[in-house]
Design a protein around this ligand. Structure first.
Ligand code: HEC
Ligand code: HEC
Length: 247
């Protein structure tokens, strides 16, 4: 039912109800850029914290979500895990933005879908191929060798927007932890299953690898997005861990 209304919203836009089209997609863009778009008392990200419209818009950043240009006409999303645009957006809206799925059945969903449609005009194939991003189903510890200078560059490109400066957390988003100390403080005596005893350096290291690869998924709670191996390689991750002081 909800999906049908979303499809109808897409249909209305696609049929060119032109007086509404501009304001609706402009409203969608404003929502996508607004970190307070969701009615939650813990606002933090906007869509554009994690996505660019075109890859070339953010050459200095590694963004966890695919560019959105052409997305409305892709045949599948989330590395083929869903064929439905609504579901692809709902995952982000609910998991990362802590929004209510029902919002996407109303004006918010209509505006966002109108904006995504406007980035995927008929006649242009730009960005319409499925995006290949893969997340390993399970993580293991990585070789502790790494280059801290290379790790610093990965940090700036992939992590700093949310976590600020390493160690101090200066400049972080309100919801982003100051790393790595806060990982250690937060998980000093919890019971996340691990091959390493809680409290050891390897324990925090595997925890950080798990967080980067799965974000909030596979039973480990939270709203951080997962980073696919195409975006942050195991080599990058090794460098990053050394830079973060988790060798
Ligand atoms: C915290 C980061 C984050 C936020 C915020 C976020 N997304 Fe995502 N999004 C992701 C990740 C990670 C994926 C999965 C990788 C991928 O396929 O792009 C994804 C996937 C998607 C996809 C599917 C892309 C594809 O080709 O597979 C769409 C569409 C999308 N997001 C739209 C949105 C919209 C619209 C918003 C705002 C309402 C939003 N996202 C907010 C991280 C985020
Ligand atoms: C879009 C924002 C965002 C980005 C980008 C991001 N994180 Fe996070 N991260 C978070 C949030 C929010 C948390 C707090 C826990 C949660 O809700 O998932 C977090 C938590 C963590 C934790 C666990 C800390 C704890 O106290 O439990 C680790 C480790 C971590 N991030 C590492 C990284 C690394 C390394 C990168 C870069 C590859 C990165 N993060 C990029 C948002 C982000």
């Amino acid at each position: 039912m909800r999906r049908a209304r979303w499809a109808l919203a897409l249909g209305l836009v696609a049929c060119g109800v032109t007086e509404r089209r501009e304001p609706l997609s402009a409203r969608g863009e404003a929502l996508a850029r607004n970190p307070n778009a969701v009615r939650t008392n813990r606002p933090c990200f906007s869509c554009m914290t994690c996505h660019a419209v075109r890859a070339s818009d953010a050459p200095d950043r590694v963004l966890p979500g695919a560019p959105l240009q052409g997305a409305a006409r892709r045949p599948s999303f989330w590395n083929g895990e869903t064929l439905h645009l609504r579901e692809a957006v709902e995952r982000c809206w609910v998991t990362f933005l802590l929004g209510d799925a029902e919002d996407l059945s109303g004006p918010t969903g209509e505006a966002l879908s109108a904006w995504l449609e406007s980035l995927s005009p008929a006649g242009s194939t730009e960005g319409t191929a499925p995006v290949r991003l893969t997340w390993p189903p399970t993580v293991r510890n990585l070789d502790p060798e790494g280059d801290p200078a290379a790790g610093a560059r990965v940090w700036l490109r992939a992590c700093a927007t949310c976590h600020g400066e390493v160690n101090t957390g200066r400049g972080r988003l309100a919801c982003g932890s100051a790393l790595p100390q806060e990982i250690m403080a937060a998980h000093a005596d919890d019971d996340i299953p691990s091959t390493f005893p809680a409290g050891t350096p390897q324990y925090y290291r595997v925890l950080a690898i798990e967080k980067v690869r799965h974000g909030s998924f596979l039973g480990y709670a939270g709203r951080m997005p997962p980073f696919a191996t195409e975006l942050v390689s195991d080599r990058d991750l090794r460098d990053l861990l050394v830079y973060m002081g988790l060798p």
